[in-house]
Design a protein around this ligand. Structure first.
Ligand code: MOS
Length: 703
């Protein structure tokens, strides 16, 4: 029995020893190096170039501008990060957009030549201020084909008849993914085939984007990605730099390597867009919720369609009889945002869960008690039962582990020496995205098993969990199972996003392994010890089976969400109001846990990510220049060890047969959800200051 065990990462030793080969490390003899020349204006027309110095620089092989770059095909796939592609005309749509691509025989020479490219611009007025654009926000009816703006019951009547009401405006800011591994593409054409090593969360989608842009048959493109050093969504979409690298390789007839600089990571593959959210809650005097309204305005871009749909997952949170959610978008002259770890609900619950805390204080009711009282037993939007929901157990276990009962209700009432101490909590909820997946499992005559699927490991642990699943089904130790992944020649798997991979791809692996086991038994093996012998007796070198899984079709019969209860303690010095998180407890209801260790690591990492959301991460925009202020981690704060306290993350026992045959639901992005508002609520409890935006900074508390 391998499923559920705390198996250490099978890819851990290779990563620790430096043997894991990330995209930019892939040996490609004679590769040329491509360097992007980024636009220095947010909106402009290019009136000309002076390429004389760059062209004459040593080692330069080619320079591409809109004047000599072939026309790209239209990108129609939903996972195209930007649909307006660069080097196609004289338009500059955002600061950082590629306006030229320089290719030379070494990185240093390409970098120097790129510096020598002179671009002449005719500047144009630009829109960079999100809040100044709220008035011109456009309604967004749907996202990925799913309606965004929903309503049920009479919210206005609930509001006017309520005993207690709260309404507030809440803000989240632009944030960058900040993966440690820079995005990289290595493209080489060989015999009419395009081979691309790419740091991507979706080899199949990257292939579709390249095929569309370069007018190619997808069958002539192979994309590989063995390891990813952090993606968080930034590597989940198709971006212009990948297309530029492949285009240059084709035009120049040589291998081309393009690695984004850290600064370019801030403009070349998305970010989480700022939001401005209004939440209104109405309740009876006993705390029963009667209505919820959640209106989101998100910052966006003219060049892409991404919407930070913060209210998408608000409706199933509590048993309100009336609700309404709306979404609007303010397009700006900047690169497109994208999903970033725990998008949508992870952003929206900051608003709703702070509002719930405010309501608790209006009612004079314990915040946990308010949530228990309004626990949703069905999805209020359609009455569907949840596939499996153990949120009550999460609240109970979390409160016990945290010591919630020791909390004094009044803000600013708990002290420890010079510290004001605050306890805050919030609910976490994550939609279970599921996608069709395929896998193949094979075994050879010495009993070595191989699992093959095109899925990607973004670091979440599928490299360990998928072999565990095959080992479990076949009754073999996990050490006997190898995995081949991240390659478009392997059975089709979806992009690694939306916390879907383990449940979707894992179910396909389980299916393939079960079919293989049946074939082995048919071949005469009477158990795991007999596999190799049965193959040998029949002269079979390798026996394999294809498996697949897909979400059931037709109208859903249950609502698929994962849940959690988050409790946070913060400390704020009475004179120096820097909030510090001192403890976090998260207890989760996420279906069956397939690997206790990697799952717990996921939640721990998510909670740390939530600390960043609550207190640190923020990409400011320079209003005069229309660009992100910081293009370096020195000016973009992510949590470091000193910011991270003791974290207690655990799961309740659960098996969800409706989500997947494995009993698993999505967990990856659940960890970062609810942490931001739990910390914000703890800051209020510590200080008595209600801050309705994250990150909460010392200046918010100087009142
Ligand atoms: Mo995730 S933000 O769907 O990579």
């Amino acid at each position: 029995m391998s499923i559920g065990q705390a198996v250490s990462r099978l890819d851990g030793p290779a990563k620790v020893a430096g043997a894991a080969r990330y995209t930019a490390d892939t040996p490609m003899p004679d590769a040329a190096y491509a360097v992007i020349v980024p636009a220095t204006r947010p909106k402009a027309t290019i009136t000309g170039f002076d390429l004389a110095a760059a062209s004459a620089a040593p080692g330069v092989i080619g320079i591409f501008t809109h004047q000599n770059t072939p026309k790209f095909g239209e990108l129609t796939v939903p996972l195209a990060g930007e649909t307006v592609l660069p080097l196609q005309d004289d338009r500059v749509h955002y600061e950082g957009q590629a306006v030229a691509l320089v290719v030379a025989d070494s990185l240093e020479r390409a970098t120097e030549a790129a510096r020598l490219v002179q671009v002449f611009y005719r500047e144009e007025p630009f829109e960079a201020d999100f809040l100044a654009g709220l008035d011109r926000a456009e309604v967004v009816p749907e996202f990925f084909g799913i309606p965004l703006n929903r309503a049920m019951g009479d919210v206005a009547a609930a509001w006017s008849q309520a005993d207690v009401r709260v309404e507030g405006t809440y803000r989240t800011v632009d944030r960058h993914h900040s993966a440690i591994e820079p995005a990289a593409t290595l493209a080489v054409w060989h015999d009419g085939q395009l081979l691309v090593h790419d740091a991507t969360q979706g080899v199949m989608d990257a292939r579709t984007c390249l095929a569309q842009a370069l007018h190619l048959d997808p069958a002539t493109i192979r994309i590989k990605c063995e390891f990813i050093g952090g993606g968080f969504g930034g590597k989940g979409w198709g971006w212009p730099y990948q297309i530029l690298a492949a285009m240059a390789a084709r035009e120049l007839g040589c291998a081309v390597k393009l690695v984004l600089t850290r600064a370019q990571s801030f403009t070349a593959h998305g970010y989480q867009a700022a939001t401005h959210q209004t939440v209104a809650l109405s309740a009876r005097a006993d705390g029963t919720l009667t209505g919820m309204r959640h209106d989101t305005v998100a910052a966006g871009a003219f060049v892409g369609e991404h919407v930070e749909a913060a209210g998408w997952d608000s409706h199933p949170l509590y048993a309100w009889p009336a609700f309404s959610t709306t979404h609007r978008l303010v397009r700006l002259d900047r690169g497109s945002p994208a999903a970033m770890r725990s998008p949508f609900g992870g952003v929206g619950l900051v608003a709703v869960e702070i509002a719930m805390d405010e309501l608790a204080y209006e009612l004079g009711m314990d915040p946990l008690e308010l949530r228990l009282k309004n626990h949703a037993d069905v999805d209020p939007s359609d009455g569907l039962p949840f596939s499996s929901k153990k949120l009550r157990e999460c609240y109970e276990e979390g409160a016990r582990r945290f010591g919630w009962s020791k909390r004094l209700f009044a803000p600013r009432s708990m002290r420890d020496g010079r510290d004001l101490v605050g306890y805050g909590m919030a609910t976490a909820l994550l939609r279970a995205f599921r996608f069709p997946a395929q896998a193949r499992v094979g075994i050879d005559r010495v009993g070595q098993v191989i699992v093959e699927t095109s899925t990607q490991d973004v670091g979440q642990g599928v490299s360990t969990v998928l072999p565990q699943i095959a080992a479990d089904v076949l009754g073999l130790p996990v050490e006997r199972v190898a995995l081949a992944l991240g390659d478009t020649i392997l059975p089709v798997a979806p992009f690694t996003g939306g916390s879907s991979a383990t449940m979707s791809v894992g179910s396909a692996v389980q299916d393939a392994a079960a079919k293989l086991r049946d074939r082995l038994l048919e071949a005469g093996a009477n158990g795991p010890e007999g596999y190799a012998g049965a193959l040998a007796a029949r002269g079979i070198e390798v026996l394999s089976a294809d498996g697949a899984w897909a979400p059931e079709e037709g109208a859903p019969t249950s609502a698929l969400f994962s849940f959690g209860a988050i409790f946070a303690e913060v400390r704020v010095d009475i004179d120096i109001p820097i909030p510090r998180v001192s403890r976090v407890v998260g207890v989760y209801s996420a279906g069956r846990i397939l690997n206790a260790k990697t799952a717990r690591s996921q939640m721990t990492g998510g909670i740390i990510w939530g600390i960043g959301q609550a207190l640190l991460e923020r990409s400011g925009t320079d209003p005069g220049l229309g660009r992100f202020l910081s293009k370096n981690l020195s000016g973009y704060l992510v949590p470091v060890n000193a910011d991270v306290p003791e974290i207690d993350a655990s799961f309740v026992e659960e098996f969800d047969p409706h989500a997947s045959p494995l009993g698993a639901r999505g967990i990856g992005e659940l960890g970062a959800i609810g942490v931001g508002p739990a910390i914000a609520n703890a800051v209020f409890h510590a200080t008595g200051v209600r801050v309705r935006e994250v990150p909460i900074r010392p200046e918010h508390l100087l009142v």
